[in-house]
Structures are given as C-alpha cells and as structure tokens.
Design a protein around this ligand. Sequence first.
Ligand SMILES: Nc1ncnc2c1ncn2[C@@H]1O[C@H](COP(=O)(O)OP(=O)(O)OP(=O)(O)O)[C@@H](O)[C@H]1O
Ligand SMILES: [Mg+2]
Length: 235
Amino acid sequence: MIKIDALTVRFGGIKPLDELAAEFVAPICGLIGPNGAGKTTLLNVLSGFVTPIKGAILLNETPLLGLSPRRRVSIGLRRTFQQELVVDELTAMENIQAIADHVCADRASARRQVGLALDFVGLAPRRHTLGRQLNLFERRMVEIGKTLIGQPKAILLDEPGAGLNEEETDRLRRLLVKIPSAFDSQLVLIDHDADLIASVCMETLVLDFGKRLAMGSTRAVLNDPIVRRAYLGRA
Ligand SMILES: Nc1ncnc2c1ncn2[C@@H]1O[C@H](COP(=O)(O)OP(=O)(O)OP(=O)(O)O)[C@@H](O)[C@H]1O
Ligand SMILES: [Mg+2]
C-alpha cells in the first residue's frame, strides 16, 4: 500500500503537487489527469528524484521521504520513465541483467530472475536481440521486465501504453493484470487511455493541476461528471 499525505512540490512559481493526499490500496491502481497535472511529478517524488517541500509517503508502513532513490529500490520500489531507457547497444537480456546485477543477492539468483522476467514479458525468444533492433512494444517489455527483478513491492509505470496499437495495448493489458499475483507486488499505472485504465485498475486517482480531483473505484471515478468535464472533455 502507498499512502501519501499533504504532499507539496514547488518548482519556482508553480506547485505541480499541492497538499495531495491519497491512498493506493488496490493491487492495480490508476493515476490519470490532463497533461501537466503532476502525474510524473508524483512518480518522481515516490521514487526519490524530486524532493517535496512538505508531506509524507508510506510504502507498506515504511516512510519513504529521506531515503535515497537507491535505498527505495532496495526496499522494493520500481518504476519506468516516460522517456524510455532501453540501451540500444545491449541485448534485451543484458538490459534486464544490468538491473539484476544491482539488486539480486548473487549471480545464480540474478540469472534465474532475468530468465523469469524475460519469459513473463514474452521476450525469451528475443533475449539476444539488441535494444536498437527491438520494436516499440518489445522495448516497453524490456522496461517492464526490468521492474520485475529483485522482489518488487510497488511498481510505478509512467505511460507504458503510449504509442502502442490496439493489439499491443491488449497484450500489455493481459500482462499487467498478471503482475500483482505473480510478483506479490502492487502496480500504479499512469496512462491517457481511459479504456486501458478502466480495464486493469480497480482504483484510480485523478489529478488536476497538482490537486486531487477524484479518487475511488475506477468505474465511479470515470463516471464522475467533474472528472468527465475536466479530464475527458465531456459531461
Ligand atoms: N523539473 C521541472 N522543473 C520545472 N517544472 C517542472 C519540472 N517537471 C515538471 N514540471 C512542471 O510541473 C507540472 C507537472 O508536470 P508533470 O510532468 O508531472 O505532468 P504530467 O501529469 O506527467 O503530464 P503528462 O501527461 O504531459 O506527462 C507541469 O507544469 C510541468 O511543466
Ligand atoms: Mg508525465
């Protein structure tokens, strides 16, 4: 469970997060809102790349603020970035291995977990293919594969569905729903695709310029007239 309270971030004159309070309890939670709403900023605060001026965060009862990004990884926090970070000159397997080298206890455990992650994301047949030869979907799978290494407790995905076609989005959807039980991990998903959010997220937080516009069951949130007007552009 991720619990945030009074979280406030200031960049110069703007507050991309402003007294934000929310609890992510469900195994898969959505995080939505218009461009510039503060979604990525919230992930940056959770993962330790941005320091808030105020507030608190708990990950399964452990206070996160004050811990370095590296320490947060070691207690099980994982994320992907909106700009992908697949290394072109490394194979699919080596990209995932690079994380395993840091977070796994020993080489045998690293090898086993990399194999498991490659299988899970469907990249086993492409394990020796260089990053630059992988297509957009396969590169996304590398990024998700990286988050599955080292007993993740919470995985934060920043728009993993962006740019995917319908068939790929469907494959992504089928993969995401399996993660919480397969890895005993909670998932927080940012996406602009309301259908994807509706089909995989039990709970969703809607941000609007740093403030909480709505939070609750995804169905209720997406049907909320305030959300539909502000975010979906329809009443
Ligand atoms: N490092 C930074 N310095 C200054 N302002 C920033 C910085 N990062 C983000 N912002 C601003 O904070 C606000 C929130 O940005 P953020 O990237 O969190 O939005 P977002 O909800 O992820 O949007 P998108 O859907 O476009 O990815 C925006 O006004 C953005 O311009
Ligand atoms: Mg963003």
